[in-house]
Structures are given as structure tokens and as C-alpha cells.
Design a protein around this ligand. Structure first.
Ligand SMILES: *Cc1c(COP(=O)(O)O)cnc(C)c1O
Length: 150
């Protein structure tokens, strides 16, 4: 059995480490990568262990824009920028500030704040789910209205 991890949103320093799975001491067989890899430039990739290398030979997995030299050059530069660890450290620092600020809402409609660095979420009490649904519906309405204005 293979362990496949999606590090698309969490990879490349966004949780204070190069990859979020490092926090749990997990080493996947396959890792899905994008977003942070391009630092804003659209690109994605997947990385895999040596064992899988024998199955996925060159050309076995492709896509229309796969292997784009510009995207690869951008990805290489992003990885170089992350080598010092400064970005990961900044993620930790900003995350600590954000967590502290958002934690002030605990007891005021929020049960807990959870997550890592700036990737945080609120835990709401169960009775808020009705209100949450109303807020979600209202946002969807606003989005549809805004799309109609474009
Ligand atoms: C954005 C995202 C995806 C999808 O990536 P696309 O490049 O839009 O297909 C998949 N998984 C996670 C966790 C994401 O954040």
C-alpha cells in the first residue's frame, strides 16, 4: 500500500517546515505539490520514492504542459529561496501572532483556534452550524451577484 500525501496547500514552508508531514514524522511514498512550489507561478508536480521510480518511468505520466521549462526554472528558484529556512521561520512568527490574535475570540462564539502557522481555522460550537450555513448561503448569493456585475 502506498501513502500519498497532498501537500499542495501546505508544502514549501507554509507550515514552518518544508512540508507539513515533517511535523508528524511521516514520509510518504508520493507527494502532490503545487501552489507554493511556483511561488505564484502556476505549476504542479508530484514527487515519489525510489521504489515507485521503477513503475513510473520517464514518459509514463504526462500532461499537456508537463515539463514546462519556465515553470521548472521558477520552481528551482523557489526551492533555493526556501533553503535558508527564513521563510519557514517567518511563517512560524506570523502564525504565532495570528493565533494569539484569533484566540481572543475564544469564548466569544469560537470554541478553539487550530492549525499551524497562518493556516488556521476556527472551531465553532455545534449550534453555530445553522448560522454558519446562513453565512455561507449569503456569501454564495453575494458571489453570484458580483459575478453578474462583471
Ligand atoms: C488547490 C488545491 C488542490 C488543487 O490544485 P489545482 O492545481 O487547482 O488542481 C488540491 N489539493 C489541495 C490541498 C489544494 O489546496
Amino acid at each position: 500500500m502506498l501513502l500519498v500525501l497532498d501537500e499542495i496547500a501546505t508544502g514549501f514552508g507554509r507550515t514552518g517546515r518544508m512540508f507539513a508531514c515533517e511535523h508528524a514524522g511521516i514520509a510518504p511514498d508520493i507527494m502532490c505539490l503545487a501552489k507554493g512550489l511556483g511561488g505564484g507561478f502556476p505549476m504542479g508536480a508530484f514527487a515519489y520514492t525510489q521504489a515507485i521510480r521503477d513503475v513510473l518511468t520517464p514518459g509514463a505520466h504526462g500532461s499537456t504542459f508537463g515539463g514546462n521549462p519556465l515553470a521548472c526554472a521558477v520552481g528551482i528558484e523557489v526551492v533555493k529561496l526556501l533553503e535558508s529556512g527564513d521563510f519557514q521561520e517567518r511563517s512560524e512568527t506570523l502564525g504565532a501572532h495570528l493565533h494569539a490574535a484569533l484566540s481572543a475570540l475564544i469564548g466569544h462564539g469560537v470554541v478553539a483556534v487550530r492549525g499551524r502557522t497562518v493556516k488556521l481555522g476556527f472551531v465553532f460550537p455545534a449550534e453555530v452550524s445553522v448560522l454558519r450555513r446562513e453565512i455561507y448561503d449569503r456569501i454564495q448569493e453575494e458571489n453570484r451577484a458580483a459575478a453578474g456585475r462583471v
